[in-house]
Design a protein around this ligand. Sequence first.
Ligand SMILES: Cc1cc2nc3c(=O)[nH]c(=O)nc-3n(C[C@H](O)[C@H](O)[C@H](O)COP(=O)(O)OP(=O)(O)OC[C@H]3O[C@@H](n4cnc5c(N)ncnc54)[C@H](O)[C@@H]3O)c2cc1C
Ligand SMILES: Cc1c2[nH]c(c1CCC(=O)O)Cc1[nH]c(c(CCC(=O)O)c1C)Cc1[nH]c(c(CCC(=O)O)c1C)Cc1[nH]c(c(C)c1CCC(=O)O)C2
Length: 468
Amino acid sequence: MSENKKVVVIGGGITGLTAAYYLQKECRSQSLPVDVQLIEAGPSLGGKIKTEKREGFTIERGPDSFLERKKSATRLAEEVGLKDSLVPNGTGQSYILVKGRLHKIPQGSFMGIPTKIRPFLFSGLFTPAGKIRAAMDLFIPKKTVEEDQALGLFFKRRLGNQVVENLIEPLLSGIYAGDMDELSLQATFPMFYDLEQRYGSLIKGLRKEYPRRIPKKGEKKPSMFRTLEGGLGSLVDSIENQLESGSVLKNTKVDHIEKKESGYHLLLDDGSVREADSIVIAAPHFSAQRMLSQYDFMAPFKETNATSVANVAMAFDESAIKKDIDGTGFVVSRNSNYRITACTWTHKKWPHSTPDGKVLLRCYVGKPNDQEVVDLSDEEIVELALKDLNKIMNISDRPDFSVVTRWYDAMPQYKVGHKDRLKKVYDQMASELPGVYLAGGSYEGIGLPDCIDQGEAAVKQVLSYLKD
Ligand SMILES: Cc1cc2nc3c(=O)[nH]c(=O)nc-3n(C[C@H](O)[C@H](O)[C@H](O)COP(=O)(O)OP(=O)(O)OC[C@H]3O[C@@H](n4cnc5c(N)ncnc54)[C@H](O)[C@@H]3O)c2cc1C
Ligand SMILES: Cc1c2[nH]c(c1CCC(=O)O)Cc1[nH]c(c(CCC(=O)O)c1C)Cc1[nH]c(c(CCC(=O)O)c1C)Cc1[nH]c(c(C)c1CCC(=O)O)C2
């Protein structure tokens, strides 16, 4: 009787967890003779998902939610028994901080691009000239370019500098922690290029294909995010509980992958070797490059930067906040004299996370031209966050406690040409390393649902490879 086929998933973040979970499920339901092993370098699973419970608060140290419109995260949560724990964000207003003042994000905008005219006309974010320039998107002819282009330049050409600096850039920084003039349009928002090509205008295209309804007075804004009542860590725990016993190896790093006559050898940091017929590398690009450093085609991943970021959650008694703001959070424009890049009023965005009578604020720091901030001490980060917050709020007391989290090289930068570089790597992998696949936040999207999609896609690739 032939031995079972062996699949190793490297990395126990949400991508690797998804891949291991669906692989085991498929193999069970199709009665395939396959052993799946998940190998994680750290002491726990979840990667960037990290929930901390303290004094009645649920504190997210990494992602706090996922976009509802990208369906795979909800589907996965439901699948592992968390249907009843899914919660929408408390709706309220989001703001952009520009030159020291908070401005409402104009209603009817999609990632900062207007789809409704009135809210833009009345927004204090732009001068009349800035508004007219943005409206020129309706008339500026489309520009067809074969290659990739920078997000920043694309939007500036269509909508002008003001809308980009005061609205689009801060919102995108609140996702990619990157430099818009370097980020790739194709790898981040390819649909905007498509809309330009098909409608000759972003505003026209969005109005047609992504219609936004403006809520009537008194009506609640629809919630675009979802999280889990027990924190995103409960998703990690639920998936882990459903993985077959003995199939997870923690505290073990894969140092190197070598191709053998048949299959692969994985060299682990405990000195042991593990065999595999197929491998899903669900680890960041720089880690993947190290595992396969003998292959020159992996070299571009050495040059792919990832921004380091940090955040601080601060818990207060309600009485400490003398002047509050009605909203769920704000992002800061680069032309503002602030060190924090964004802030979430967590108790308002996620009321379940905070005991009654308390307040939970989470501030973010770290951008491409301010990486040093991540190395400041916990106290220094708390100080600078409070100093910035006090420019717009009035916080009289020190926090009851604070939780600082540093994420080094955490936000991969999809720079212009990202897709082409990836394709070259995939093509070479397919010919030189058949049965080895890359998946996760470094490659085809950083949102949790994008990572889940990639984990699922890797399952399909592995199964089709093993069946051949
Ligand atoms: C502060 C912050 C806030 C965010 N907010 C949001 C948000 O609100 N919504 C959202 O959708 N997304 C958010 N993101 C993005 C999202 O969290 C990530 O893109 C996603 O979690 C990445 O998952 P992953 O499994 O691909 O990688 P990771 O979570 O990085 O997991 C990779 C795993 O591989 C392991 N590993 C690495 N090398 C090896 C090796 N050699 N051997 C074995 N194991 C190895 C690591 O230890 C790690 O556990 C945020 C990210 C950060 C940093
Ligand atoms: C600074 C930051 C945040 N969130 C994030 C960062 C960068 C990492 C870091 O620096 O630590 C990371 C993030 N935020 C989001 C994603 C996933 C995006 C996706 O799935 O495509 C990711 C990867 C959703 C989001 N995050 C944001 C948007 C834009 C929302 C919009 O269009 O109104 C999206 C899709 C904006 C954002 N983002 C943030 C705030 C406080 C806000 C303002 C909105 C609010 O919470 O009230 C915090």
